[in-house]
Design a protein around this ligand. Structure first.
Ligand SMILES: [Zn+2]
Length: 290
């Protein structure tokens, strides 16, 4: 699933590829892609509109149109944009769900094998992204703000970070990476983190995200995430723990463990993150192992 670094990489490509262009035609091939308003209204709204800005909030892409409306995109599991420059062959693509053609002859295609992605067309972006927590690459993401957001949360820190209400944009990969980098047990109750741990966590989240953006996001074995020009990301090559159960921790050499938390695989270093083995009892419900 694309997380903040992948979405940010896509946004940067889209700015360059379609920023300032006017939409000439739009074609929807899967009606339920549009969550709001109706698919008819969405498709009829776009032609004639110029794209004035493209931003990101959490994992959402915000395409600002010249009439004040926002075309908002959530890629979910497998959503992917493909940009075709003017004069490019309109190659047949499986799982094609939407096409926008621009007045310069270029087009933007949306491919979505698993059909979970969603488009929205709204007059105010807050209608869709208003529920999101702190934006980790903004100046508002301070240790104080993070501490305040975690204060009364008794949930384990890892699923809480993935839930979007405290911090926006983190999924499984970068949550595992940030907690490892900060040396925090993914099962720790959020409200029990010390001031030092919260500061370390804030720094780790920013560092992990910035490093991944620099490498164009992570393309894992499924190959689902590609940039709009069809390229793979390279951030997966710099991951510390995610997907590396049994391999040595890059920091201390201890074998990395995998366990299931809220239905998702958690990868962690038991030494760096102070994780006590299951047979030592404090967390009897957690199964440790490959
Ligand atoms: Zn370690």
């Amino acid at each position: 699933m694309p997380e903040l670094p992948e979405v940010e990489t896509i946004v940067r490509h889209l700015r360059r590829d379609i920023g300032g262009k006017r939409i000439a035609r739009s074609r929807l091939l899967w009606e339920r892609l549009v969550a709001a308003p109706t698919s008819d209204r969405f498709v009829r709204h776009l032609p004639g509109r110029r794209i004035v800005a493209i931003d990101r909030r959490g994992k959402y892409i915000l395409i600002h149109l010249d009439d004040g409306y926002y075309w908002i995109v959530h890629l979910r599991m497998t959503g992917r944009f493909r940009y075709l420059p003017p004069g490019t062959e309109d190659a047949e693509e499986r799982h094609l769900r939407f096409v926008a053609r621009f007045d310069d002859g270029s087009s933007l295609r949306f491919i979505n094998p698993r059909k979970f992605a969603r488009f929205y067309l709204v007059p105010r972006a807050e209608m869709i992204v208003g529920h999101l927590g702190l934006e980790p690459l903004s100046v508002d993401f301070t240790a104080e703000a993070l501490a305040e957001a975690l204060r009364h949360r008794r949930q384990a820190i890892k699923p809480l970070l993935m839930g979007q209400a405290v911090v926006a944009g983190l999924g499984n990969i970068y949550t595992c990476e940030a907690l490892w980098r900060a040396g925090i047990d993914p099962r720790a109750a959020a409200s029990t983190l010390t001031t030092e741990e919260i500061e370390a966590l804030r720094e780790a989240i920013v560092a992990v995200l910035v490093a991944a953006i620099r490498r164009g996001g992570s393309t894992l074995g499924d190959g689902q995430y590609l940039t709009p020009d069809g390229a793979r990301g390279e951030a997966q090559e710099a991951l510390g723990v995610y997907g590396k159960a049994g391999q040595s921790c890059p920091r201390c050499g201890t074998p990395i463990i995998r366990f299931v938390q809220s239905g998702r695989s958690t990868y962690a270093c038991p030494h760096c993150q102070g994780i006590v083995e299951a047979n030592e009892k404090p967390h009897p419900k957690v199964e440790l192992g490959r």
